[in-house]
Structures are given as structure tokens and as C-alpha cells.
Design a protein around this ligand. Structure first.
Ligand SMILES: Nc1ncnc2c1ncn2[C@@H]1O[C@H](COP(=O)(O)OP(=O)(O)OP(=O)(O)O)[C@@H](O)[C@H]1O
Length: 265
């Protein structure tokens, strides 16, 4: 990786489900240290893009390079190991595990069968490390006071925070967040904003799928806007409201807009 290599480069990505062309010729770069908002109307392809980058779906065409290395054929766990983590729109939590246990289970340090069974020194040291890290992250994400509760008992917003904790347990360089504040109480929303800003100040690159424009303005330095599978804008949040193609995407448009988008892609 040279000084000019972007942290992530997506080139000519395409994906269709049957005849539904969900992503078409999608290309963009993310630089280290950015907080980028990924925007677009419902069904514009944001989650599909996020799923492809993080290895949960495969692309039909295109290249995804992380620190200069192609990752588009890697399975999800190898992408996590490479340094890219993600959260989910609706995090599912195991019924019987405590908040701390869920955080610990997200640790990416794994040992062989015999080492684990025998509880070797290496395993115990790794467990201590994971415990210390989970403790620090639960504190950072304001979940220290609920660490012994069953994870399934958390509120929707707290589950989102725990999803962020889990994503961070592997010490990623880059995190994709899928609607981190949707359905979250305003108080907790502000906590999420502060936590994300702190993580970014510590060097984390963030890409955030969000519909909440206040949140985007508060947190993001740049926005990428998708409309029906095409990137129609890459600009700072303040420029969104005067961007013709963004307005067109959000205010609607039928087949005539498809023709325009095809031409401009
Ligand atoms: N596994 C799938 N099989 C078939 N179609 C799918 C699949 N996943 C997504 N789609 C379709 O792809 C299109 C884009 O969906 P996607 O979830 O990526 O949009 P989105 O921008 O994230 O939407 P929202 O903001 O509503 O979450 C939709 O038409 C959706 O129905």
C-alpha cells in the first residue's frame, strides 16, 4: 500500500437479483480516517453494497480492493480478519448469553480444539485480553452497567451499541454501520454520535448507512448517494440539498430518470 492507495477502492461493481439490477457500475474510494455517509432512497442498493463489501453477498462483476488487495472473493470471516467489520440494521442477540459473553464471543482470537479443551496458557492469556478489551469497549459504548444482563433484554438502541462493540472486538481499521440510529431514542442517539466521533478520532474509518440527515450532517465529512443502483453524488453533507441529482433521487422520477442515470453512469 502506497501513500496514495485508498483504504478501500470499489470499481465497476455490479449485482442483479434475477432481472433486478440492484447495483450498476458502482465505483468509489474511501480514504483512511474518513467518515462517509452512504445515502439513498429505500431500495437504492445500500445494504446490498454493504453486504457485498463485507462478504455476505457476492458481486456479479467488479473489484473491491482493501489497502490495495482484492477482497471481493474472500468469505466474510477473512474480510473481518483483514480489518473490515460491520454492524447490522437489526442485530439479533442470543437469548441466554450475557452482554459481556456476547462481546467476548465476538473476539477474533481463535485457538485449536486441543488448546481450547486443555485451557493452555495461551488460551487463558487470550481470554484475559479479550475480557479486558470487552470491558473497555462496553464502557466506551455506555453498556458497562448492563454487562451482566441477558443481551436479549437490552433495548433496541442498546442492542445497536452492543453490535458496535462486537464489530470493534476484532480491532478493525474500517467499520460499516447499517442504520446505527434507526429507532433509537434521541438521548442514546447522541451517545452513538459521540462514540462514533471518538472512534474516528482514534483513527477508525467509518462508512455509515443512514436515513437521518441531521445525523449525517453531524457526523459525516462526505456522502455517497445511491439511486437505483447508481452512484449519483459524492459530496459534503452541506451540498446535498442543492445537488440536482440527489434531489431527483429523493423527490422521485420514473423511467425517464433511469435513462438519465444510465447515460451519466
Ligand atoms: N437477497 C435478495 N434477493 C432478491 N432481491 C433482493 C435481495 N436483497 C435485496 N434485494 C433487492 O435489491 C434492491 C435493493 O435492496 P437494498 O436492501 O440493497 O436497498 P437499500 O438501499 O438498503 O434499502 P433500505 O433503505 O430500504 O434498507 C431491492 O429491490 C431489494 O428488493
Amino acid at each position: 500500500m502506497t501513500n496514495t492507495t485508498p483504504l478501500l477502492r470499489v470499481q465497476s461493481l455490479a449485482k442483479a437479483f434475477g432481472g433486478n439490477k440492484v447495483l450498476q457500475n458502482v465505483s468509489f474510494d474511501i480514504q483512511p480516517g474518513e467518515i462517509v455517509g452512504l445515502l439513498g432512497p429505500n431500495g437504492s442498493g445500500k445494504s446490498t453494497l454493504l453486504n457485498i463489501i463485507t462478504g455476505f453477498e457476492s458481486a456479479d462483476r467488479g473489484v473491491i480492493a482493501y489497502r490495495g488487495n482484492a477482497i471481493q472473493t474472500l468469505p466474510a470471516h477473512r474480510i473481518v480478519e483483514a480489518g473490515i467489520a460491520r454492524t447490522f440494521q437489526l442485530p439479533a442477540m442470543p437469548e441466554k448469553m450475557s452482554v459481556m459473553e456476547v462481546a467476548m464471543a465476538a473476539s477474533t482470537t481463535h485457538h485449536g480444539f486441543w488448546e481450547t479443551l486443555l485451557g493452555t496458557g495461551g488460551v487463558r492469556a487470550a481470554e484475559r485480553q479479550a475480557h479486558a478489551k470487552a470491558t473497555a469497549l462496553l464502557h466506551e459504548l455506555l453498556l458497562a452497567h448492563v454487562r451482566d444482563l441477558p443481551a436479549s433484554a437490552l433495548s433496541g438502541g442498546q442492542k445497536k451499541l452492543l453490535g458496535i462493540v462486537c464489530a470493534l472486538m476484532g480491532a478493525p481499521k474500517m467499520v460499516f454501520l447499517d442504520e446505527p440510529t434507526a429507532g433509537v431514542h434521541p438521548n442514546l442517539r447522541n451517545d452513538i454520535v459521540s462514540a462514533l466521533k471518538r472512534l474516528n478520532q482514534q483513527g477508525m474509518t467509518l462508512v455509515i448507512v443512514e436515513h437521518d440527515m441531521h445525523f449525517i450532517r453531524e457526523v459525516c465529512s462526505r456522502c455517497i448517494v445511491l439511486d437505483r443502483g447508481h452512484i449519483v453524488a459524492s459530496c459534503c453533507p452541506d451540498e446535498l440539498s442543492s445537488n440536482e441529482r440527489v434531489l431527483q433521487a429523493y423527490l422521485g422520477g420514473g423511467a425517464e430518470n433511469d435513462a438519465v442515470l444510465e447515460k451519466q453512469a
